[in-house]
Design a protein around this ligand. Structure first.
Ligand SMILES: CC(C)(COP(=O)(O)OP(=O)(O)OC[C@H]1O[C@@H](n2cnc3c(N)ncnc32)[C@H](O)[C@@H]1OP(=O)(O)O)[C@@H](O)C(=O)NCCC(=O)NCCS
Length: 173
């Protein structure tokens, strides 16, 4: 498959692109996923949190070390991905290793599938993981297709009062 996307570590220079991305999500009325809550704080505070997560400067009661990447196609920011380096109880049961999204105007171009494939390479080579857990809501057919096309094997669906049902898939890498 021809590679079109690059996973980029966020910097100050990406602020305008990120703000434009958030505006588009608001316009389309969609929630952000895999952004490590970029829409809930000022950009500089978000950057600081991203690098604290990356270097493991986290309160293990509630967070685990994680990598957040911007997903670019040439100069266009098309998506976000957040990769948890390990699983706590919540992530094992409901959240999984990886949260992601492609911006609404860029759906259905194969970006989601390609992004997850790049992320699996990162999980294998940089994080030394040999399998990753992905969780999605029942009814999120696009996300399920992305997972299955990347080798996802369904394990089960787990329910929590806060998050409802999570369909859990493992991918061997
Ligand atoms: C899930 C998501 C990342 C897919 O991104 P994408 O770039 O559109 O994905 P692709 O173009 O690679 O398409 C993947 C598959 O989903 C299918 N698909 C896309 N939109 C769909 C929809 N609305 N309903 C059903 N299937 C859909 C495509 O047809 C394709 O399947 P195919 O290859 O069998 O035809 C994107 O829809 C998204 O960001 N959703 C919101 C956030 C989210 O749900 N994140 C996952 C939970 S953490």
């Amino acid at each position: 498959m021809e590679r079109r996307l690059a996973l980029i570590s966020p910097l100050k220079i990406h602020q305008n692109d990120c703000e434009d991305y958030i505006k588009e999500c608001i316009q389309f009325g969609v929630e952000t996923h895999g952004t490590s809550r970029i829409d809930e704080m000022p950009y500089d505070a978000w950057l600081q949190q991203v690098y604290k997560d990356l270097f493991g400067d986290v309160d293990y009661k509630t967070r685990v070390p994680a990598t957040t990447f911007l997903v670019y196609h040439h100069a266009v920011l098309v998506g976000f991905v957040n990769i948890r380096h390990e699983l706590n109880d919540f992530l094992l049961n409901y959240g999984g290793h990886i949260g992601y999204m492609i911006r609404p105007s860029q759906h259905n171009k194969g970006y989601g599938t390609e992004m997850l494939s790049l992320v699996l390479d990162y999980c294998k080579t940089a994080l030394k993981l040999d399998k990753v857990l992905l969780a999605t809501s029942p009814g999120n057919s696009a996300s399920e297709r992305v997972i299955i096309k990347n080798g996802g094997i369904y394990e089960d669906t787990r329910y929590s009062e806060i998050h409802g049902d999570s369909k859990r898939y493992w991918i061997k890498i």
